[in-house]
Write a protein that binds this ligand. Structure first.
Ligand code: NAG
Length: 357
């Protein structure tokens, strides 16, 4: 069984000058003709196989995670072959994958914002799992584990999900004022990222109901409805995510759905008898060795730390809100949530401050 493989390796070596460049590695088109089916590659009766996790792996901001991946040959080879490993991340807003890490022998290199946070876990010869430390909001998504054998390469997909919270966001200047690029930026300014469809879907399953359409990372505009009603896609229509489809990223304007995960640090309420203006509120947090909280931070603290305060307070964007984990009379609706007073032009309130630590 092994003999034909060796012969083919020699043939491959003799035509190396004309090989196409593929995924950053030389790749032999001749070998590709030997048949690829069902996610496995065959050469000389030996198949390179990849195994990943079918279920998404879940973590949260600030956590560490291992994305499992292993490879093997079938039938088993007598001697190990030299391989390269490449991990990349699929991007929802682009057809091009982002490089995460490449490894060959004992050498490896990671890229972009993964630098210094990723390594391979190889507790056995066959394991090529990816460890990501100090996960941030941009890390959620699908990752490709690719093993390149010199002759062929095979890959599998692992999904990293983040536990988090989705919140609709409407900026100071009003409803439906954000194009796609501004929508992305608006979320980042609130210490969040623009949500994916999966994240919106999970929040809808948890009861999110919002009758204003918002951008998602894939460039579509959608909104989640749990209680069907006339102005929100129709009364006779089943609950679900209403979809306006893909919209023009520069010309069309909507709100946005933002996503945040666990909070690094704490959010707390600060008040004084006569209240604060927005400017006084910012100063009060600074005087307390903190800063005025962003909307995403208030949502994180509410969702992950059960922050519950029945007092309206300023946030950095000029909105006034309060978080309720345990609904009770005189504190808004019967469901837990972050209540909003919009963007008051005047008036004095307390303030929500954020302290990293
Ligand atoms: C993540 O891993 C690093 C390095 O091993 C460790 O210092 C850190 O405490 C870990 N973080 C968590 C949240 O477990």
């Amino acid at each position: 069984m092994l003999f034909p493989l060796v012969v083919m390796l020699l043939q491959a070596g003799s035509i190396r000058g004309s090989l196409p460049f593929y995924n950053g590695f030389y790749y032999d088109r001749v070998m590709n003709d030997h048949g690829e089916s069902n996610g496995e590659v065959q050469f000389s009766g030996v198949r390179l196989m990849i195994e990943t996790s079918n279920d998404a792996v879940f973590s949260h901001r600030g956590g560490n995670v291992t994305l499992p991946c292993r490879y093997y040959y079938s039938p088993q080879l007598a001697a190990p072959r030299k391989i390269r490993i490449k991990w990349s991340k699929l991007r929802e807003d682009s057809t091009k994958d982002a490089d995460v890490l490449v490894a060959s022998g004992s050498k490896h290199r990671s890229f972009g914002h993964f630098r210094g946070r990723t390594r391979l876990q190889r507790s056995s010869e066959e394991e090529v799992s990816l460890v990501i430390q100090d996960i941030d909001l941009h890390d959620a998504g699908k990752y490709r584990c690719e093993v390149i054998d010199g002759l062929e390469d095979e890959s599998g997909i692992v999904e990293l999900g983040l536990r988090g919270v989705v919140f609709p966001y409407q900026p100071h200047r009003g409803r439906y004022t954000l194009n796609f690029h501004e929508a992305k930026k608006a979320c980042e300014e609130q210490d969040a990222v623009i949500a994916s469809f999966d994240q919106l879907f999970d929040s809808w399953m948890e009861g999110l109901d919002w009758c204003n359409a918002g951008w998602l990372i894939d460039g579509t505009v959608q909104y989640p409805i749990t209680v069907p009603r006339e102005p929100c896609g129709g009364k006779g229509v089943a609950p679900g995510i209403r979809n306006y489809g893909e919209r023009h990223k520069n010309l069309n304007r909507f709100d946005v759905f933002c996503f945040s995960s666990a909070l690094k640090g704490t959010v707390y309420y600060l008040a004084r008898h006569q209240g604060f203006t927005l400017e006084e509120a910012k100063q009060a947090c600074q005087d307390d060795q903190a800063e005025i909280a962003k909307v995403g931070q208030l949502y994180s603290a509410w969702k992950f730390m059960g922050l519950d305060q029945c007092d309206a307070g300023w946030l950095a964007d000029g909105s006034v809100r309060y978080p309720i984990a345990f609904p009770r009379p005189n504190c808004g609706p019967l469901e837990p949530g972050v209540r909003s007073f919009g963007y008051p032009k005047s008036g004095k309130f307390g303030v929500y401050c954020y302290r990293m630590s």
